[in-house]
Design a protein around this ligand. Structure first.
Ligand code: 2DT
Length: 212
């Protein structure tokens, strides 16, 4: 068991366009860490299992219409309603691998034309990730992979705008990984970055808040 008492878990976020491989890489990372004896959980935003999550899910399925600002705030509220549980888990030593977070929130809404600073404001005070892994794939390549479902946003033209918005959000704490490489190679690169991060957090790195 690799767990040191009193050491906290790491908050690791995967971001990228639809079909960039976030979900399958998340599960590979989960298995890897679990195999080493770490406490780990996989989370996904939006969390569709809450009351707010049901509203989001219905909006994404085109079963309901909402003003762009209103849906943005619901996505944010969906993170806020999980914030205290997130902090409890991290402080008790569990590493969280989170598939999409505030960066998806800002990238998707600003791709619709909302002001980027307005989009960031409701995220201020949420826990800041210790590591953001961006799975980089050109929108055309992502579309070629097929498997876009019928949900809102799953269209090439819109994904191009999202890719552009993500670029405005990159900061030096992001690790950009070429998601066009073979899955095993992507996994290898991610694993190294994650192990570094998990170690830094165990060694006492403080939790911080967005946006910093
Ligand atoms: P999934 O296909 O990964 O379930 O995402 N989205 C997501 C937003 O617009 N704002 C957010 O804050 C988040 C977390 C991205 C469903 C879609 O919801 C978008 C794709």
């Amino acid at each position: 068991n690799n767990r040191k008492s009193n050491s906290r878990g790491a908050l690791i976020v995967l971001e990228g366009l639809d079909r960039s491989g976030k979900t399958s890489q998340s599960s590979r990372l989960h298995s890897y860490l679990e195999g080493l004896g770490y406490l780990v959980e996989s989370w996904h935003f939006p969390d569709r299992n809450t009351g707010v999550g049901h509203m989001i899910s219905s909006y994404l399925a085109n079963k309901s219409q909402l003003d762009d600002h209103a849906i943005h705030l619901l996505f944010s509220a969906n993170r806020w309603e999980k914030r205290s549980l997130m902090e409890t888990k991290l402080r008790s030593g569990t590493t969280l691998i989170v598939d999409r977070y505030s960066f998806s929130g800002v990238a998707f809404s600003s791709a619709k034309g909302l002001d980027i600073e307005w989009c960031k404001a409701p995220e201020v005070g949420l826990l800041a990730p210790d590591l953001v892994l961006y799975l980089d794939l050109p929108p055309e390549k992502a579309a070629e992979r097929g498997g876009y479902g019928g949900e809102r946003y799953e269209q090439l033209e819109f994904q191009k705008k999202v890719a552009h918005s993500y670029q405005l959000l990159h900061d030096p704490s992001w690790k950009i990984v070429d998601a066009g490489l073979p899955v095993e190679e992507v996994e290898k690169q991610l694993t190294e970055m994650v192990m570094d991060c998990v170690t830094t957090c165990r060694n006492g790195k403080a939790l911080s808040q967005l946006w910093s």
